[in-house]
Design a protein around this ligand. Structure first.
Ligand code: C2O
Ligand code: CU
Length: 703
């Protein structure tokens, strides 16, 4: 992000200038002649002036960033870093610089004792060093750990750090000062001065190393994941500013009320929904390892459902669906999570939260009523960053009870990136090359596009106007035609249904840039297939915030919310489960330290996403669809429903949902690599009790 980059440059330059000023101040009392004192003082004043100017520029950029992106983007910086830099700088500007300017040339040689004493005041050099350390810590924060939502402890921490690092310079400054006070001349030989500087440097470095090592050891320890946890840690909960819940002891938590407490709570395992009716449709899915060849011949060592790439389950809305999952040989165990499908909690397929992981030889039966129609997909939620990438996913299509529009052709396109024996290859299913499909003139075609890759993807559809009929399984009201120069983008896990009428010329669907030759695509043609696909770079990008008619929905930006949550997405260098990692954080923390969001059934809940980090994050909430209300602080023209909202760096969104599906639900980044190092939190209904445990003891590893 531009703001971060500017801040890094400015704070690094400030560190160098303030540090130079500190050294210049420390050698001021060494002046043996008036000329040298004046020269040293003038140099110091210039350097300090430049440093102050640069600091002012930095403050202005922060104000500008606040105006442009919003307070939430700068809050952490303003609360933790600005006081740290402003205090020493203010002291320098208000008291140190006037004192230095007042150092008069008395005409005597050597310089007057009073002038040397004033120059040797420890507060002079220490204030410059403090300014340098504060700027240095700010630069460090911008690169490694931007402060977000700082608590008092986090604010105090940096002050303590600066104070500790000033200890050695303070001892040296005081020694100099006492010497000058006693009227002794400071040592003047170059060697002696160098020795002095080197020993001060070495001692400070020792202090810094001790701090660093203890910080690392503490970080490694604190980041270790517990062997077992039910995620009911009462220290880390967030009630979104709403009414107190059982989790915070808001309701009765007195032991004598225990029976009572149990009576009005419900266990996750019991949240199956009403599935007493026999199933209308049943499937058996066997998780198994399989070598699979892509269309190009490249081979993947896949982990599959039923030995296939993206098997498709097609059911009718209203059906009771039963899916028996059998694990043949995936050692770490598997599950099926119905991505975006709002099943009852016990059917959500998250190991350790909604079921135990299915080990080899074991099975699990999912049974739910298919209430929502549309394009969905499913995948294993056990160590998903490994399992989904290797192929443990499939397609779920729920045909509407009553089809209002009919399509002559339906094509499901699920794109993924495979690791093959010939390197990484992107593909539609297993088709990693262009495919040709004949369609009669005037027929309507519906493409169900699913992005099963960890990153967002761009798609081009050229040769015809088209409409985006559904987003994440939810129909758009009155979608207007888009020109074939419009590209669209899907975040990881997201789905669009796209429809067009076959014209008398070929239509091309392509993943990624027009010029990128290696990506897959489909050519639709009527009579004679074109020799090769022809595509151009797009001239517009589809924007769901201004398309069709707004969803008819209970929530609007003006609604009264029962709870409001904030998710600031950031990045930092840190530890996860005892290992050093580049981390993607939520509110400055990674799982399990990200608080669980607690709601009560029926609550109207608002969540604000703010992406301060350097990457996009497709934020996925299980069990609910979110209505997007605002983007970058402005109301969107057409609020839309989504289960996976891609938040780009520098963007903010406000979304809302009704807490109408009790349970404990994951809310995480669907870049599964990010989730695997802790970009995960949980949404907990306060009357729900866990049934399972997460961790190495149970083998339930949901990320
Ligand atoms: Cu598609 Cu929690 O995931
Ligand atoms: Cu992410």
């Amino acid at each position: 992000m531009f703001g971060t980059f500017t801040s890094v440059i400015l704070t690094v330059s400030m560190t160098l200038l303030w540090g130079t000023a500190g050294i210049a101040a420390a050698i001021l009392p060494y002046a043996s002649t008036n000329r040298s004192l004046t020269r040293k003082r003038t140099f110091l004043l210039w350097v300090a002036g430049a440093a102050l100017l640069l600091s002012a520029v930095w403050y202005v950029t922060i104000i500008l960033q606040c105006i442009k992106s919003g307070w939430l983007f700068v809050e952490g910086t303003v609360k933790t870093l600005i006081p740290l830099t402003l205090i020493p700088q203010g002291y320098i500007a208000l008291t140190v610089l006037p004192r230095l300017k007042g150092l008069r040339d008395s005409g005597e040689e050597p310089p007057a004792q009073a002038a040397l004493q004033a120059a040797a005041q420890p507060s002079v050099s220490l204030s410059f060093y403090a300014a340098a350390l504060a700027s240095g810590l700010s630069a460090h924060s911008f690169v490694f750990a931007q402060p977000v939502l700082p608590g008092p402890a986090e604010i105090a921490q940096r002050f303590v750090l600066v104070t500790l690092l000033l200890l050695v310079p303070a001892i040296f400054a005081r020694r100099r000062y006492l010497k000058v006070m006693r009227g002794e001349a400071l040592r003047r030989s170059l060697a002696a001065r160098l020795l002095n500087v080197i020993s001060a440097g070495i001692l400070t470095a020792i202090v810094a190393i001790v701090i660093l090592v203890s910080h690392v050891l503490a970080g490694v320890q604190a980041s270790k994941l517990p062997e077992a946890s039910d995620m009911m840690n009462h220290d880390w909960i967030d009630e979104g500013g709403g009414a107190a819940t059982r989790m915070s002891g808001g309701s009765d938590h007195h032991p004598s009320h225990h029976a009572n407490h149990q009576a009005d709570t419900v266990e996750v395992a019991a949240l199956t929904g009403n599935i007493t009716d026999p199933a209308d449709v049943t499937f058996e899915i066997v998780a198994q390892k399989k070598k699979v060849a892509l269309a190009s011949g490249a081979v993947i060592d896949a982990w599959t459902y039923n030995g296939e790439i993206a098997p498709e389950l097609r059911v009718k809305q209203g059906d009771i669906v039963e899916v028996k999952l059998i694990n043949q040989d995936i050692e770490s165990g598997v599950t099926i999570h119905w991505h975006g499908y709002n099943v009852p909690n016990a059917m959500d397929g998250v190991p350790g939260m909604t079921q135990n992981v299915v080990k080899p030889g074991q099975s699990f039966v999912y049974k739910f009523r298919a209430e929502q129609e549309g394009t969905y997909w499913f995948h294993s939620h056990q160590q998903a960053a490994e399992q989904v990438v290797k192929g443990l996913f499939g397609i779920l299509i729920v045909e509407p009870e009553q089809e209002t529009e009919t399509y002559d052709e339906q094509v499901t396109v699920i794109n993924h990136r495979w690791k093959t024996d010939q390197g990484y290859r992107k593909a539609f299913g297993s088709r990693d090359e262009w495919q040709w499909k004949q369609v009669q003139l005037g027929k309507t075609v519906k493409l169900r596009i699913i992005n099963a890759h960890n990153l967002s993807e761009k798609y081009l559809l050229q040769g015809t106007d088209f409409r985006i009929a559904s987003i994440d399984g939810v129909r758009i009201q009155d979608p207007q035609p888009l020109s074939d120069q419009t590209a669209f983008r899907l975040g990881s896990g997201g789905r669009y249904d796209v429809v067009f009428t076959m014209p008398d010329r070929p239509v091309f669907l392509k993943l990624g840039e027009a010029r990128n030759e290696s990506n897959p695509g489909i050519v639709f043609y009527t009579d004679s297939p074109p020799e090769k696909p022809v595509l151009q770079a797009e001239s517009a990008m589809f924007d769901p915030s201004d398309y069709g008619q707004p969803v008819v929905n209970a929530v609007t930006a003006a609604s009264q919310f029962d709870r409001e949550f904030l998710m600031i997405l950031g990045n930092e260098m840190g530890f996860y489960n005892g290992m050093f990692h580049f981390l993607w954080t939520i509110n400055g923390e990674v799982y399990p330290r990200v608080p669980t969001f607690v709601v009560q059934e029926g609550d109207l809940v608002k969540t604000t996403f703010v992406n301060k980090s350097l990457a996009e994050h497709p934020m996925h909430l299980h069990g609910h669809h979110m209505t997007v209300l605002k983007k970058n602080g402005e109301k969107v023209n057409t609020p839309w429903l989504t289960d996976t909202l891609n938040v780009m760096p520098g963007e903010s969104y406000e979304v809302a949902f009704v807490a109408d599906n009790p349970g404990m639900w994951m809310d995480h980044c669907h870049n599964l690599d990010h989730a695997a190092t802790g970009m995960v939190l949980h949404l907990m209904y306060d009357h729900v009790r866990p049934s399972y445990e997460v961790g190495t003891r149970s083998g339930n590893l949901p990320d």
